[in-house]
Design a protein around this ligand. Structure first.
Ligand code: ADP
Ligand code: MG
Length: 421
């Protein structure tokens, strides 16, 4: 493990100016989905939205880390630093912004983070990296700065304006406020905050020409939470009828359970190399286990092999364990059951039944797991289920919405109105 830097020498926040009125209506509007796990950015190219890649991937990890020489890192380099030095990295920033410091709703996230989390001046959590304490909104701003730069490099022009997506929340809730502040810190004029299920539902509308109004259950299973949102939508109008979310049902929780199970497969007397001060081997195994989980969405078996990660009686050896889809499914089943229970609760609040919805829209990459789709099909008997680009669908739809001149009027929690400022 490299020596932890103590002094922050270079932070993009110090180089970024807040937006000023001269750029208020200048240049393209990009859409940014700052997720708990990944940050995606999209822009319109002609009449089509495109997701702007980061290192050939759809999004960049929504991670901030303190790197060598005291540099603040974001995206892929930050993810690399997280693997080497987890105490110097923070992820789940969106979760941190969503509730006051110490709130039980996000206890799960606090328990996972290896960095030092403290109460910030705004009552939201803040994170200590080296000699500097970053408010949650500043961490989000760092991620947004990276997304903005990605968009500028792709579009080859300055980007001053953005729409941001977020779960259905009221304007006065911490997340909306923190997101708006983060945009300003990142030098962006915030055109709108768009609720994620609203973006997904309106994005799906193109499929249905005939029926003027539809009811959909949007299931968003990402790395940092599961959220069920019941929406009613028509062209350019969408009302969120009800929503429930839980961070403890997230994809990362499945990863955690998988890692525990893989540890139990190690031969007696073996353990992961390193210790609490040097958890790099554990993080390499965790990364490989997540990769195997992803592979098992399309194949029946996977092998998790990490060189020199196991200590067997003082000798370093490879971590080498096989995993089947069935084993993974047994771990995922309780999480999926709880997720569907949440759908049931949201429906019950409106005295509705699963068969009352016109369709189920699956978003969030974790929804690619075949067992989830199968269980959703069993729960929503006979209802069409759509899994259409579950990773970027939110940001692509938001980009399209941002480009339409005839979008619904902005409003607070009033309905029906999908788009809020
Ligand atoms: P977020 O909205 O939190 O940024 P994403 O929608 O990007 O999350 O989903 C990330 C989660 O999806 C991670 O837990 C990742 O392991 C998981 N994931 C990514 N691809 C797949 C796949 N093909 N099958 C199952 N899970 C996947
Ligand atoms: Mg998401």
């Amino acid at each position: 493990m490299t020596q932890a830097p103590t002094h922050v020498t270079d932070c993009p926040l110090d180089r970024t100016r807040p937006p000023d009125s001269s750029t208020r209506s200048l240049g393209p509007v990009v859409a940014i989905d700052l997720g708990t796990t990944n940050c995606r950015v999209a822009a319109m190219q002609g009449s089509n939205p495109v997701c702007i890649p980061s290192e050939r991937m759809e999004g960049a990890p929504a991670v901030v880390a303190l790197g060598p020489g005291g540099r603040i890192l974001t995206g892929h380099p930050a993810r690399g630093q997280q693997a080497a030095n987890p105490a110097l990295a923070v992820w789940g920033i969106k979760g941190l912004m969503s509730a006051p410091y110490g709130d039980r709703k996000v206890k799960w996230l606090y328990d996972q983070l290896r960095c030092k989390v403290v109460r910030g001046e705004d009552g939201l959590p803040a994170v200590v990296l080296g000699d500097r304490t970053f408010a949650a909104r500043e961490l989000a701003a760092l991620i947004l700065i990276e997304a903005r730069e990605r968009a500028q490099n792709f579009l080859r022009q300055p980007v001053h304006r953005a729409v941001l997506t977020l779960p259905p929340t009221r304007k006065e809730e911490p997340l909306s406020k923190a997101m708006s502040e983060a945009a300003a810190l990142a030098g962006l004029h915030l055109e709108r905050l768009i609720s994620e299920p609203t973006a997904v539902a309106l994005g799906a509308f193109g499929r249905h020409k005939g029926k003027p109004e539809r009811t959909a259950m949007v299931c968003d299973w990402g790395g940092g939470s599961f959220r069920a949102s019941l929406v009613r939508y028509a062209p350019r109008q969408c009302q969120v009828l009800g929503t429930e979310g839980n961070v403890a049902l997230c994809g990362a929780e499945l990863d955690k359970r998988l890692l525990d199970m893989l540890m139990r497969k190690l031969p007696t007397g073996s353990r992961i190399a390193g210790d609490a001060n040097n958890p790099a081997a554990l993080y390499r195994v965790a990364g490989a286990a997540e990769h195997a989980k992803i592979q098992l969405s399309t194949q029946e078996e996977a092998r998790i092999r990490v060189p020199f990660a196991v200590n067997a009686g003082g000798q370093l050896g490879d971590f080498d364990v096989a995993l089947t889809r069935r084993e993974l499914e047994e771990l995922a089943r309780p999480l999926i059951d709880s997720a569907l229970k949440m759908c049931e609760q949201v429906l019950e609040q409106k005295t509705m039944f699963p068969g009352d919805v016109d369709e189920v829209l699956l978003v969030g990459e974790q929804c690619r797991m075949p067992l989830f789709q199968q269980r959703a099909q069993e729960f929503f008997v006979g209802v069409p289920i759509y899994l259409d680009e579950p990773g970027p669908s939110v940001v692509l739809s938001a980009a399209r919405l941002s480009s339409t001149t005839s979008t619904p009027p902005p409003s607070g929690t009033a309905t029906p109105a999908p788009v809020r400022r």
